[in-house]
Design a protein around this ligand. Structure first.
Ligand code: ADP
Length: 551
């Protein structure tokens, strides 16, 4: 028997219409680095999104399914592109501005982008690539920056403001099939070649509802969210869409992502929430320690993208900034698990440990663990295996061109369609995920596994250590052993012996897991989305570029 309910498609245009009317007075504030930030209401963003859609369709001839890329910082115009492009039936393709040039060019060609909207300050990055981008017909430039380098480009160049000016401020958004492509994003390639994930209207809509749930980010129109996570990093973790559902104000840092301007915007704009990867927060913590500011408004910080070191969570707690740890990936839109402790643990000694886990599965995301032999492992909090997930906002394949069959590589998708995450961990009986490592980063020592993340967290809890990354290196006797690469704080006195002893104390790390190989580095190399880049460290070690001490 069929239901008697209406079948209304879940569309991004619906989120835009709702946000720009019901929450029309909420604001997108963009940091400008000048005396006053730039402010625009959701109603204005709605009107300008309609103008942008008209400009793309009538001005540039963008059709249904055409890919329109953005090479932009987090700002109001990028939010307009987020809504206009999918709502009109085209596909938003967010480009990662920190990728190496050749990878960026490869991605634009793979997606066959027809238009690129670029921030003026990023023109120097785009211009030299254009000769390799035959599919790109139009470049639309927004915001300050020299347009000079675009002279002589094969593509037509337009000014964003001129292009949208005078166009109608309403658009008759098409009633699309909710399963159609809305946006695409390539994985940042931390562990391999970039792979394209194509989100649907339905997946983004449902994911936005999850982001808004009390046990996820749980924000309301009384909140302001500082979105540091880039809009090219998995849709800024869904925040632009989710906030238009609930009227949460957005504070966008544009290109001002260094610790000092971040501290300044927190002090002057007083956001209540912020989201970014751990390395951003480590930087902010250093800044706040050196130059204390009034950050009392910021009471909730979402940390994800890489494991949150316990020392960071504890330091933020002291500043009144409560960390909520979350796990996800490009393929999961990205929200997978969120670490809200269960009621029985709140206020007890267990609470901190729960908060440090990657979090609990929401109703719409199913998780299971698979052992090395393909066997299903129990949720007992002890059996460690590869995490597999499925749900309505989890990728079921990778993009392989508009007319080609999507790719379903056997190392990424199980035969019954679950996503193999490449993350290794345990799940407790009450559904909390604890990741011990990425399958590719785990150190396989004499048939046992050593978690690189555990070693890093323990090292970073030493007061003399600013950052630490641990990678597997070949070892004649054990197969692999850990190499500890350490960034010391200014004026630090600890030597390797001291750090090794510290790791062994208070049962932090089992004796057989202690690293013998140590090196001091200036900073840990980072990926395009600010995670530790262990590929680079492994290569530097293999090339003999690191000065290693053996204890
Ligand atoms: P990339 O794979 O290129 O780094 P993603 O942003 O998609 O790009 O990364 C997803 C991966 O990041 C996950 O598979 C996991 O390894 C890691 N990750 C994300 N959140 C966390 C977290 N809270 N703790 C540990 N690892 C995390």
């Amino acid at each position: 028997m069929l239901s008697t309910m209406q079948d209304v498609p879940l569309l991004i245009s619906r989120i835009l219409t709702h946000g720009s009317t019901v929450h029309g007075s909420s604001r997108v504030t963009t940091w400008t680095g000048e005396a006053e930030p730039h402010r625009r209401t959701f109603a204005e963003v709605g009107a300008r999104s309609a103008q942008l859609a008209h400009a793309l369709r009538d001005g540039l001839g963008v059709n249904t399914d055409d890919r329109v890329a953005t090479l932009m910082w987090n700002n109001a115009e990028h939010v307009e592109a987020y809504f206009a492009i999918p709502s009109m039936g085209a596909v938003l393709h967010t480009l990662n501005l920190r990728l190496p040039a050749e990878q960026l060019a490869w991605i634009v060609q793979h997606a066959a982008d027809r238009v690129i909207i670029v921030n003026g300050s990023l023109v120097p990055l785009l211009a030299p690539l254009l000769s390799q981008l035959p599919t790109v017909e139009h470049i639309v430039v927004s915001g300050p920056g020299d347009r000079g380098p675009l002279a002589g480009a094969g593509a037509q160049v337009h000014e964003y403001e001129e292009l949208i000016a005078g166009r109608p401020t309403a658009y008759d958004w098409p009633e699309l099939d909710e399963r159609r492509a809305a946006a695409m994003c390539y994985t940042s390639g931390t562990t391999g070649e970039p792979k394209g994930v194509v989100y649907s209207h339905r997946s983004i809509y449902l994911h936005s509802m999850q982001v808004n749930m009390t046990q996820s980010m749980g924000l309301t129109d009384q909140d302001t969210s500082l979105v540091v996570v880039p809009q090219f990093h998995v849709n800024a973790w869904g925040l632009p869409h989710a906030t238009f559902m609930t009227g949460v104000n957005l504070l966008m840092p544009d290109r001002f992502l260094q610790p000092a301007p971040l501290a300044e915007m927190i002090e002057s704009e007083r956001p209540s929430h912020a989201a970014a990867v751990p390395t951003i927060w480590q930087g902010l913590l250093g800044e706040l320690t050196a130059r204390p500011r009034n950050v009392s408004s910021l009471t909730q910080v979402t940390i994800g993208g890489a494991a949150c070191p316990p020392s960071l969570m504890a330091a933020f707690d002291k500043l009144g900034m409560r960390v909520c740890h979350a796990w996800g990936m490009t393929e999961t839109s990205p929200l997978g698990t969120v670490s809200r402790p269960p009621a029985h643990a709140v206020g007890t000694d267990e609470e901190f440990a729960y908060r440090l886990t990657q979090g609990r599965f929401p109703a719409s995301v199913e998780g299971r663990l698979t052992g090395p032999g393909g066997e299903r492992l129990p949720w007992d909090g002890e059996s460690a295996g590869e995490l597999e997930v499925r749900g309505p906002w989890i990728a079921g394949a990778y993009y392989n061109g508009p007319d080609a069959e999507p790719l379903r590589p056997a190392d990424k998708f199980s035969e019954d369609g679950w996503l193999k995450t490449g993350d290794v961990g345990t799940i407790s009986p009450d559904g909390f995920l604890t990741l011990t490592d990425r399958a590719k980063d785990v150190i396989k020592s004499g048939g046992e596994w050593i978690s690189s993340v555990e070693l890093e967290n323990a090292l970073m809890s030493h007061p003399d250590v600013a950052e630490a990354a641990v990678v597997a290196v070949p070892d004649d006797k054990w197969g692999e052993r850990p190499l500890a690469t350490v960034v010391l704080r200014q004026g630090a006195t600890a030597d390797f012996e001291t750090l090794r002893t510290f790791l062994a104390e208070e049962g932090r790390i089992a004796k057989w897991q202690l690293p013998e190989r140590w090196t001091v580095i200036e900073s840990v190399p980072k990926t395009s989305v600010g995670k530790f880049d262990k590929k680079v460290l492994r290569r530097q070690y293999a090339d003999g570029q690191l000065e290693v001490t053996r204890l």
